[in-house]
Design a protein around this ligand. Structure first.
Ligand code: SPV
Ligand code: MG
Length: 436
């Protein structure tokens, strides 16, 4: 078939992995006219799937060099309707495998095509090649520290609300990496990354949360997690320690592949914030803490995030004190603000977020709803938060389970009674590939 003159053809592609299935599609599509590709932006992809490893600009560069591609435009939403109405192509080409997915997208597209008098051409998909399977393999093999490091900032910038869970061990991280629920449209409801908590890392080692674990011990824990996972990690670095140490530690943390650190504006012997004023805790001065941020920013990569954690509300100070600090820390270069609270409702953090987002709509805002745990992710999003951290839940889940098991065996002088609450022997043998 000769290329049709003066006709326009549209395809939507994301091509994080370009394979021969895409080339087959492009070759067939271009025969119907001038081929316009709607290249999915990061923002569109994260609506339904994982952030791609390769950035939009680099994916565009690859696509530009493929023969038959006449024009590339951004595909900003998961659905094609807006681009189709804008471009008014004569044809839209799609692999017929979308019939196996959720029908919503296909039906909406057909409706829009009818409206603009365009024809849908469904091409049999190339057998034995699956982007999802390749993508899973690519993520597991290509998650170099630098890729992982930059992925959180890209994810937040793409507009995604990030859901982060505390992981204190490789096993807990493996569960967080692989557990997901399927949404109606086929997309996954899952965690976007991990939190390395000073509280649970210390507790796991039977030590108090007073900055007693050295940064190297914390990082060795994180490196074990990184060996077997691909998602980004935010590290709780307490007060960040001495200024001179902070400078060196930021570099080491960043180079290991951590995406962001959260440093709190306290000084002296650090005590866990959730104690509030039941223990002696002192807030750092705005000047000294701003200096810490500046030093950290000076030695870190632009894609690495230094997030300032404001402890004013923990110490019963006002929302306006917290906001004054937020302004200063952002001027010092902070890439985001975590506003902490030990209240059992989100009232005060919402008061803060209202003022904060008015002045800084584009600066990421992070919540740690441990005490105000009735708040929903939807409410956090509505109030301008970009990231939620469930900061201690997996360790808190494991402790009572272990304690109950111990107690049951002691009581019954055998393990039979507790067995139905435990993972089966079969499941543990099959959990880690290569065990057999
Ligand atoms: C942690 O998880 O160690 C934190 C959050 O710093 S909190 O325990 O709420 O202070
Ligand atoms: Mg902590």
């Amino acid at each position: 078939m000769k290329r049709k003159k003066n006709k326009k053809v549209y395809i939507g592609l994301s091509i994080d992995i370009l394979h021969h299935g895409h080339i087959n599609l492009i070759n067939k599509a271009q025969k119907f006219g001038d081929l316009i590709i709607g290249l999915y932006t990061d923002k569109a992809i994260v609506q339904k799937k994982r952030l791609p490893l390769i950035s939009y600009e680099n994916r565009k560069k690859i696509l530009k060099n493929i023969s038959g591609v006449k024009k590339i435009i951004p595909q900003n939403e998961w659905e094609y309707c807006n681009n189709l109405i804008k471009i008014k192509p004569d044809f839209m080409v799609h692999g017929d495998d979308w019939k196996l997915d959720d029908q919503n997208l296909r039906l909406k597209t057909i409706k829009t095509l009818k409206k603009i008098n365009a024809k849908l051409i469904e091409i049999p998909f190339t057998k034995n090649i699956s982007s999802s399977a390749l993508s899973a393999r690519m993520f597991s093999q290509n998650m170099l520290p630098s890729n992982r490091m930059s992925s959180l900032k890209r994810m937040i910038e793409s507009g995604k609300f990030c859901r982060i869970i505390e992981t204190h061990s490789p096993l807990s991280a493996l569960i967080a990496e692989n557990t997901f629920l399927k949404n109606k449209d086929g997309s996954r409801n899952e965690f976007d990354g991990f939190w390395s908590s000073s509280l649970t890392d210390s507790t796991l080692k039977g030590k108090p949360d007073i900055e007693v674990l050295g940064i190297n011990q914390r990082l060795s824990n994180i490196n074990e997690i990184f060996d077997i996972t691909t998602k980004p990690l935010i590290m709780d670095v307490d007060t960040g320690g001495k200024l001179e140490h902070f400078e060196i530690n930021v570099k080491t943390i960043q180079n290991s592949g951590v995406s962001a650190l959260i440093v709190e504006d306290k000084k002296g012997l650090k005590k866990n914030s959730l104690f509030g004023l039941d223990v002696k805790q002192e807030q750092d001065s705005i000047k000294a803490f701003s200096k810490k941020i500046q030093i950290g920013k000076k030695v870190s990569n632009p894609e690495f995030m230094i997030i300032a954690r404001i402890e004013s509300l923990i110490l019963n100070k006002t929302v306006s004190d917290a906001f004054k600090r937020a302004k200063a820390y952002i001027s010092a270069g902070a890439d985001g603000i975590m506003i902490h609270s030990k209240q059992n409702t989100p009232k005060e953090i919402f008061k803060f977020s209202k003022i904060f987002k008015k002045k800084f709509p584009n600066i990421p805002l992070i919540a740690v709803p441990s005490s105000y745990n009735k708040v929903t992710e939807k409410q956090l999003m509505k109030n301008g938060f970009n990231v939620v951290i469930y900061a201690n839940h997996l360790l808190r889940a494991s402790y009572p389970a272990m304690k109950e098991t111990i107690t049951s065996i002691l009581k019954n002088k055998r393990s039979y009674e507790i067995d139905n609450k435990l993972m089966s022997i079969k499941n543990i043998l099959e959990l880690i590939p290569g065990t057999k």
